[in-house]
Design a protein around this ligand. Sequence first.
Ligand code: FE
Ligand code: FE
Ligand code: ZN
Length: 290
Amino acid sequence: MILGSHVSFKSDQLLGSVKEAISYNANTFMFYTGAPQNTLRNPINDAYTKEAIKLMDENNIDINKVICHAPYIINLADYGVNDKYQFGINFLIQELKRIKALGVKYLVVHPGSSLKLDRNAALKAIGNAFKRALNEVSGVYILVETMAGKGSECGINLEEIKLIIDTCDSPYLKVCLDTCHLNDSGININEFDKYLDDFDQLIGIDKIGCVHLNDSKNELGAKKDRHENIGFGTIGFDALVNVLNNERLKDVPKILETPYLKIDDKTSVAPYKEEIAMLKSGKFNPNLFN
Ligand code: FE
Ligand code: FE
Ligand code: ZN
């Protein structure tokens, strides 16, 4: 079982991320190289990276399973809108170089929203953006994330993901499944094996590089994208445990992106240590956070 969560990346960079992951008893993790909402980034500090890698080795965290997530605001479907498309590609190239400097192999990227282009053109623009970025940096992967279908989001079903992949035409483009997004896009996670069959037939199951394991606040097909804590949402604990333990995805890292728990107006705490322990136990505890 390769299970971890989203963690922070602060002034001590990857070293702090690793320490946080260890505090949750995780054996992998996902981080952003800065704020998820902006593209301001600091240079990578190799001294912290070296210490982080040593700490991973000592704690059985395989860096080949560690995930980075690109910020939300780049929109690679924005082809022809000012210089935003080119900005997105340039940022992606810099981000791929940063993860390479960190020794991390996978970068999750949201496909974007088709604000101006029709869907097919938008999906091809996204595939071409990935191709151009991957041509510039070798040995690192982009994982395109499956989206819920909020607004004009692209990449919301297997056919759309396939068009992005076919356009990109690179072995370095793979897929990140998000269980909340899948649920909200209309995929029943209780029938996850059927989804994997379809995925395998259309795209190939070896293309799945990461799973975001989240419950959802919304009903099946709601097209919303609001994550819920594990077992407390509409997907439910058993369905999520089955995803976690699915034999066909046993080497794929599972990452929690569930919401922090609000203690009072100023404080909230990460739920990940408790959720990881509960998922490992395989038994739902409705009083987990009480
Ligand atoms: Fe995401
Ligand atoms: Fe996600
Ligand atoms: Zn989401």
